[in-house]
Design a protein around this ligand. Structure first.
Ligand code: GLV
Ligand code: MN
Ligand code: MN
Length: 385
């Protein structure tokens, strides 16, 4: 928990926590977390995608590797647990095992992924997708750091990935459970929508002769909310708006907005995106605006691995805790890793379900329970190997 505090002070922006992909703060965070990995006895390096890697090699020849981790980037004005907690919990578990001279029949690698949130380029999972080798040409076209493709790892190298993460929702708290096992991760579509109208004088252009990009965008944002409220399971968010030229006495000529659409059901999510595009076009047509609709990224829903889930459940039960299974509405690096190996996530209860907010908070006792369960999980894997 102290390490979370220390890491939470490393930010690109004064006064709030923000660490984005490949930023100076991320480089400093990797240095600090790398020193903790080293103290736990791991071999540390950073890959070409700025992922921080700490490795514990098994003495057994030809052993496969199990991955543990989460991300070290954050949203803007973030809490200090979303991501870092999973990396630090993994380091704590490894440190505990090494101090007790435990030998594993497999290699263990802890990864602090460099981009799960996607704040820098709006594309999430740059680090974990570079690692999994699933970046597309479109992803690479959007970013400056083209070398990240070199972070790609061998497909057959890993037999699983497990991530500890705060729940970011209220279910565990409501059910009085410190930890829970994730069943599936919702799919997401990230888009950028531009509305183009005409700038004009705020005092002279009559209301019925305007092509105001912002009022068009406002109507669309409202339609997004209505659509998501009508469809159970669907959530949709406009999180960022850029208005140009941006003066109090100028009619806005251009608005660029981000749109984030999620659902556990992929076809329902895709249908919602299609219908929102039709709505945006209709609004634009009626208002004499032009629309540029760009799909930035989409990730399908991912099922967690039944065997790994069973092991987590068993370890939770053996600690005398209630076993609760729940889906994740938030995205996780596990979604990207599922392209190359079975994945599992252990959730920790967080206060009020609050996340993506500096008020993120969790109990030390719950963190301890999660680390104990993770430690048992690794040892159970070793027995099953
Ligand atoms: C990450 O927190 C995401 O779900 O976007
Ligand atoms: Mn996260
Ligand atoms: Mn997040």
């Amino acid at each position: 928990m102290r390490r979370c505090d220390e890491l939470g002070a490393i930010s690109d922006e004064p006064g709030c926590l923000m660490r984005t992909f490949a930023s100076p703060a991320m480089r400093r965070a990797n240095k600090l977390v790398g020193s903790w990995m080293r103290a736990a006895g791991l071999q540390v390096r950073e890959d070409a995608a700025f992922n921080l890697l700490g490795r514990w090699n098994s003495t057994q020849r030809g052993a496969k590797t199990f991955l543990l981790g989460s991300h070290l980037d954050t949203v803007r004005d973030a809490g200090k647990y979303d991501g870092p907690l999973g990396v630090l919990a993994a380091i704590a578990a490894v440190q505990f095992l090494r101090e007790r001279n435990v030998k594993l029949p497999f290699n263990l690698e802890i990864v602090g992924f460099s981009d799960e949130e996607g704040v820098r380029y709006q594309t999430a999972y740059l680090g974990s997708r570079a690692f999994a080798g699933t970046l597309t040409a479109a992803d690479l076209a959007r970013i400056q750091e083209k070398q990240i493709v070199r972070a790609r790892r061998q497909r057959g190298e890993f037999f699983g990935y497990a991530e500890v993460h705060i729940e970011q929702g209220p279910v565990l708290e409501k059910n009085n459970s410190p930890v829970g096992v994730v069943t599936a991760i919702a799919g997401q579509s990230r888009l950028r929508v531009e509305f183009h109208g005409a700038a004009g004088h705020a005092g002279t252009v009559p209301m019925n002769l305007r092509h105001d990009a912002l009022t068009g965008a406002a109507e669309f944002i409202s339609a997004v909310e209505t659509a998501a409220k009508k469809q159970l399971g669907l959530v949709a968010t406009v999180g960022k708006l850029e208005v140009a030229p941006g003066a109090s006495n100028v009619i806005p000529s251009t608005v660029s907005l981000t749109l984030d659409v999620r659902d556990r059901n992929d076809s329902r999510r895709l249908a919602a995106v299609r219908s929102l595009k039709i709505k945006a076009n209709a609004i634009a047509k009626r208002r004499g605006l032009k629309i540029i609709w760009t799909l930035v990224q989409q990730t399908a829903a991912v099922q967690c691995d039944k065997t790994l889930m069973r092991i987590f459940s068993k370890c939770i039960a053996q600690r005398g805790l209630k076993v609760l299974k729940l889906p994740s509405g938030a995205g996780h690096d596990a979604a990207a890793l599922s392209a190359i190996c079975p994945v599992a996530i252990l959730f920790i209860r967080c206060k009020g379900g609050i996340s993506h907010n500096p008020a993120e908070s969790l109990k030390t006792a719950d963190t301890r329970a999660a680390i104990e369960v993770l430690t048992d999980f690794i040892q159970t894997l070793a027995k099953a190997d």
